[in-house]
Design a protein around this ligand. Structure first.
Ligand code: GAP
Length: 447
């Protein structure tokens, strides 16, 4: 993981947030190649649902929502992590995670009193991860929602609005709008990519747990009790998508939740085998029953039941959700693609990303940068190619070095323009994965 984090910084994929001020915990910025990879991940995911499936549509909802949304969803009362503080060095620990490390499962539905009892029973086995002391404050439920003063002009923050704790709420708020304004009929899904913010007690493991992140959500609306078969299919589809996009199957697995969050009747994670950390959650697949639309009907006073246009039957639809943090998705794809290989006695670092995801699709090199006729011809090819794909120009250093630079960022093809090009309009195309070089005509390059 250290090597991956170092490459991510060195090659402009990911920078620590607010770095010139010393950094800010749980915040990261995406650099020039990072934003390309991220945009490609989002585009491939979006295409899978909104373009290739007839039963999904996409939306993009406002981040700020009526504060009652978070009461209805259960977040203002129930969206918390159990926190205790080391009395010696003031490090805050997530009690459920520390209990998990010693094989004790803390239930998400436990009250503060129940958690304190469990913590007290196991105190003798829990050490502060920073200083090793074993003296902690009592456990307190720490709400993860991030408050803001948007729209509160009094300045006393008496009526806080919240940044979204999860992106999916925007989909529930627009369920009725989508039904009323499109021809979608149940079963159908709505997807969205949206930001989420959580006051995580201990952001950790690079992009894995951050305080600001984006979620790619699908919410599938079904008739009550017609959830099981659709749930299994949705779960498997998500797993298969990762494999199709290039993640090694052996690095993925399913894991069922033992302790369900307050809204779910069944929940599975798709886990990824992160380097150094091992298997951990990548994406959640949740069977949310009728919880969300029932709650929003109750709290808003707007009837969110669905009337079947053929049978006239009226019901609150059940919801099957998939939700993945795009930072985690980015980390999984970067980790899976990262390889160090020995070629002709030299080690090369290469990102074997699926071409669809690669930040740069083609790099164009004039063999020599001091030969104007080669540079002019290479520019001609470059200008044509960049009309259709993301290209990069490189005329610096020897060709071997240029290949290494492109390997490190995952560019699938490098095109070199040499003296033969001037005679017969052919170029050398070098393949990232095999390192094989072929001579092809410029015409064929453009196909
Ligand atoms: N709407 C359901 C929901 O938000 P979740 O399991 O809390 O469920 C879904 O989050 C996904 O969002 C997770 O599987 C993970 O990929 C991502 N995620 C959650 N918390 C995160 C964090 N602090 N940093 C990065 N990604 C996170």
């Amino acid at each position: 993981m250290e090597a991956i984090i170092s490459l991510a910084k060195r090659r402009g994929f990911v920078y620590p947030g607010s770095e010139i001020y010393g950094g800010m915990a749980g915040m990261y910025d995406f650099g020039p190649y990072g934003v390309e990879l991220m945009n490609n991940l989002k585009a491939s995911w979006w295409k899978e649902y909104v373009q290739k499936r007839d039963d999904y549509v996409g939306i993009d909802s406002a981040m700020f929502k009526d504060p009652r949304v978070w009461d209805a969803s259960g977040h203002t009362s129930g969206f918390s992590d159990p926190l205790a503080e080391c009395k010696v060095c003031n490090t805050r620990i997530r009690v459920d995670k520390e209990l998990e490390k010693i094989g004790v499962a803390a239930d998400e539905k436990m009250t503060e009193a129940e958690l304190n009892k469990l913590f007290d029973e196991n105190r003798s086995k829990i050490k502060c991860p920073k200083c090793g002391a074993m003296e902690f404050t009592p456990v307190r439920a720490f709400n993860l929602l991030v408050k803001t003063n948007m729209g509160d002009l009094t300045g006393d923050n008496a009526e806080p609005t919240y940044l979204p704790g999860e992106a999916c709420q925007g989909i529930y708020l627009n369920f009725k709008n989508v039904v009323d304004t499109t021809r979608m009929k149940i079963p159908f899904g709505i997807v969205q990519i949206g930001k989420a913010f959580r006051n995580e007690i201990s952001p950790r493991n690079f992009l894995f747990r951050t305080r600001e992140f984006e979620q790619a959500d699908t919410q599938y609306f079904v008739r009550p009790h017609e959830n099981k078969e659709a749930y299994e299919k949705i779960k498997q589809d998500r797993f298969d998508w990762y494999v199709k996009m290039g993640i090694k199957k052996e690095n993925l697995r399913f894991k069922q939740h033992e302790n369900l969050v307050f809204y779910a009747s069944d929940a599975w994670d798709i886990e990824y085998n992160y380097p150094s950390y091992g298997f951990d959650e990548l994406e959640g697949v949740h069977d949310r029953t009728d919880y969300d639309l029932t709650q929003h009907s109750k709290f808003s006073g707007t009837d969110l039941s669905y009337k079947d246009p053929y049978t006239g039957e009226k019901y609150i639809p059940w919801i099957l959700e998939t939700s993945v943090g795009l930072g985690r998705m980015f980390l999984a794809f970067l980790s899976d693609a990262y390889q160090e290989e020995e070629i002709n006695g030299e080690t090369r670092t290469v990102l074997k990303l699926a071409p669809e995801l690669a930040p740069v699709k083609v790099a164009v090199f004039p063999l020599l940068k001091n030969k104007p006729e080669l540079v002019a011809k290479a520019r001609e090819v470059y200008d044509i190619l960049k009309e259709s794909v993301k290209c990069e120009w490189d005329d610096n250093g020897n060709i071997g070095k240029r290949y290494r630079r492109q390997d490190e960022i995952g560019t699938p093809r490098c095109v070199t323009i040499d003296f033969q090009t001037l005679e017969d309009n052919t170029v050398t195309v070098r393949d990232r994965d095999t390192t094989e070089q072929k001579r092809i005509s410029i015409q064929d390059l453009l196909v």
